[in-house]
Design a protein around this ligand. Structure first.
Ligand code: DGL
Length: 271
């Protein structure tokens, strides 16, 4: 396949929906000169409960579409898509593909003081064992406690960030990890950074929370530098936001994840 070798080409970013805007927010902060095309697969969200094969098929379709838009690299902002499809995309596409799992694992290993490392994510991410593998590749002796927290995604999408019901669910999911004395907790899902204050409260202030969005943006900068594809000069064209369904909802909820308002959302149907 043909690689875009133009440093001023955009970076493609995709997620199962709008949650990946937490990664875009960090990319915009750390790489302000880079133009972004974001694809949110709002027609087929959530990916968390879907089979690895299905998620791989979706990821391949989106990466192909982004390739046709002339991107120079792709950031897989979705933890579930990274867990199931990163290897496939790396094999099939010739430009750099950056996932969220490895940067998060690296940050967790760096932050941990040798206590168990906790990982939370969707059922798909946790079931894949991707974070365990990534952490063990860096720290073979690491003790890991992983837990799927599937109800967090709909709660965040409802904006229930500090409701009593959310607190009860967070206690249910997280108290067992606290009892295992994890010293670091990886927020292995696009939506969880929005629950950071609540999760911090349940886990206690000694537990370090790892937000993979921040680490992924830093990794993207490193990868682009390594291959000489960092944008030259400042941003001239606007970012593009694309959804596979319900663009009005994307516009309405996007600000919660991105931190700033989105002016326009295009609709593209895949599959
Ligand atoms: N974007 C997904 C992730 O980070 C969460 C939402 C979903 O289940 O699709 O795993």
């Amino acid at each position: 396949m043909v690689a875009a070798s133009n440093a001023n080409a955009p970076i493609g970013v995709f997620d199962s929906g709008i949650g990946g805007l937490t990664v875009v927010r960090e990319l915009m902060r750390q790489l302000p000169d880079e133009r972004i095309i974001y694809f949110g697969d709002t027609a087929r969200v959530p990916y968390g409960p879907k089979s690895p094969d299905t998620v791989r098929r979706y990821a391949r379709e989106i990466a192909t579409w982004l390739q046709h838009q002339g991107v120079k690299a792709i950031v897989v902002a979705c933890n579930t898509a990274t867990a199931h499809a990163l290897d496939t995309l790396e094999e099939e596409f010739s430009f750099p593909i950056i996932g969220v799992v490895e940067p998060g694992a690296r940050a967790a290993v760096r932050a941990s003081h040798g206590g168990p490392i906790g990982v939370i994510g969707t059922a798909g991410t946790i079931g894949s064992g991707a974070y365990e593998r990534a952490i063990r590749a860096l720290a073979p002796q690491a003790r890991i406690a992983a837990r799927a927290c599937p109800l967090f995604v709909p709660l965040v999408e409802e904006g229930w960030l500090d409701r009593h019901a959310t607190r009860l669910i967070a206690d249910d999911y997280l108290v067992p990890l606290r009892q295992e004395h994890v010293d670091t907790l990886v927020l292995g899902c696009t939506h969880y950074p929005l629950l950071k204050p609540l999760i911090a409260d349940v886990m206690g202030r000694d537990v370090q929370l790892i937000d993979s969005a921040h680490e992924t943006a830093a990794e993207t900068a490193r990868v682009l530098d390594a291959v000489g594809l960092r944008a030259q000069g400042s941003l001239t064209c606007p970012h593009r936001f694309v959804a596979s369904d319900a663009p009005e909802q994307f516009l309405r909820m996007g600000q919660r994840f991105l931190g700033t308002a989105i002016d326009r959302v295009e609709t593209v149907t895949l599959g």
